[in-house]
Design a binder for this molecule. Structure first.
Ligand SMILES: Cc1cc2nc3c(=O)[nH]c(=O)nc-3n(C[C@H](O)[C@H](O)[C@H](O)COP(=O)(O)OP(=O)(O)OC[C@H]3O[C@@H](n4cnc5c(N)ncnc54)[C@H](O)[C@@H]3O)c2cc1C
Length: 387
């Protein structure tokens, strides 16, 4: 299928493919096994300007859109989703600065992000606040020209490895959902330390850590947007980034499909390659249909966002849910096509199946995301009924 990508998007795709081929595929099994952060790949992405995709040109970036980012994430994920999410979490952590940052904040942080010198991370989740982000307990109290942060964030991708963190904390509990604010917190700020590093089922080369704030004094000028805008910053950021999770899922599915198709031509049983059996051909056909449908959805939603659309929560949610379900189905089928070999670590489909699962969980579980889509549909029809 030709998706009529721009020249820049095709260049991004080729660059990401080259990095995947040369820098990721040879080491992905080892990174997974050792749970090692992919610094060498991050450096290669920096050198190839891939961290500049979502940063405006005025701050040293490429000024690309969500589709540009999705194309890159898809290709990196096709090789290794753990590496890809380490890259993509930097976008998640710094899109809030692009969207809500002051001129001074953008000038201070974005050029380093664009060059890959500093990675970003986004910190909303806590032990008691997962799907229910309103349960955030981390507080930020104004004291002179600083905010004082106290609390613990859980399961933060790039935690410990990133330098720039966007952190959601409660500034006024009495205001409910309008009582949260978002802050830029730099690694090395006194009172900001890292806790437990998680041992995970998949995306094991990515780091997932606790962030611990103990009387951490953050300069007042690091408040993003206005006080009370914390959840708006978070939700607008997630609306922009969810198609990226869809792209990650899409890449995983494509990678697994490729492995299964190649293997099916090589594996001989009953005197024939297994690809000659209709049962295998039908599985490959269904996998290919689902992948292309997922790609069409991710690309068209990304284009819709890039067109300047104002409200795209529902569409962005769809572009996360469908591809992540497809990734789980396709990777499971890929393991099936490889039979017992698919279950072994000698082939990458076993890892791809483990990696796929997270795409149904983070940036909103698929149940919660379906709530978002469902609510939006109900509201649309209520409006139509009133008109
Ligand atoms: C590897 C990894 C990396 C992550 N990275 C980050 C990060 O960088 N930054 C960050 O802030 N967070 C991050 N997270 C957190 C992630 O976004 C949350 O795990 C996710 O939002 C779900 O929250 P929870 O795990 O607490 O599940 P829970 O909210 O406890 O949900 C448990 C189950 O209940 C269901 N459920 C809950 N509420 C409802 C409802 N209203 N309707 C129907 N079903 C419901 C869920 O679908 C799920 O099946 C990460 C998580 C993981 C595992």
């Amino acid at each position: 299928m030709d998706y009529f990508l721009t020249e820049q998007q095709m260049m991004i795709r080729e660059t990401a493919q080259q990095i995947a081929r040369e820098k990721i595929v040879p080491v992905r099994a080892e990174l997974d096994e050792k749970e090692e952060f992919p610094w060498e790949v991050m450096k290669a992405c920096g050198a190839a300007d891939l961290f500049g995709i979502w940063i405006p040109e005025a701050y040293g970036g490429l000024g690309g859109g969500i589709l540009d980012l999705c194309v890159c994430v898809e290709e990196l994920s096709r090789a290794c989703a753990g590496v890809a999410v380490s890259y993509a979490a930097s976008a998640l952590g710094t899109i809030p600065i692009v969207l809500f940052g002051s001129e001074a904040q953008k000038a201070k942080y974005l050029p380093d992000v664009a060059s890959g010198r500093r990675l970003g991370a986004f910190a909303l989740t806590e032990a008691g606040a997962g799907s229910d982000a309103g349960g955030v307990q981390t507080t930020a109290r104004l004291d002179g020209d600083h905010y004082v942060l106290n609390g613990t964030k859980q399961w933060i991708t790039n935690g410990g490895d990133a330098e720039i963190y966007t952190v959601v904390a409660i500034t006024d509990r009495s205001r409910g959902p309008r009582g949260a604010s978002t802050f830029i917190v730099e690694k090395g700020t006194p009172g900001f330390t890292f806790g437990k590093k998680e041992i995970k089922m998949g995306i094991r080369s990515s780091s997932t850590r606790e962030l611990v704030f103990t009387d951490c004094r953050v300069p007042k000028e690091n408040l993003l947007g206005r006080e009370g805008q914390g959840f708006i910053v978070a939700m607008k950021t997630l609306d922009k980034s969810r198609p990226g999770i869809g792209a990650q899922a899409l890449g995983i599915a494509q990678g697994a499909f490729d492995e299964a198709a190649i293997y099916s031509r090589q594996r001989v049983q009953f005197g024939h390659p297994i690809s000659s059996f209709q049962a295998i051909q039908h599985m490959l056909a269904n996998m290919a249909i689902k992948i292309e449908a997922a790609r069409s959805l991710v690309y068209s939603v990304a284009r819709y966002i890039d067109s300047g659309a104002k409200d795209y929560s529902k569409e962005s949610a769809m572009a996360k849910v469908f591809p992540s379900d497809v990734a789980m189905e396709v990777t499971s089928d890929a393991v099936q096509i490889l039979g017992g070999y698919g279950y072994m670590r000698d082939y990458p489909v076993e890892k791809m199946m483990r990696d796929a699962k997270i795409t149904q969980i983070y940036e909103g579980t698929n149940q919660v995301i379906r709530n978002v889509i469902g609510l939006s549909i109900v509201k649309e029809f209520a409006k139509r009924a009133q008109a």
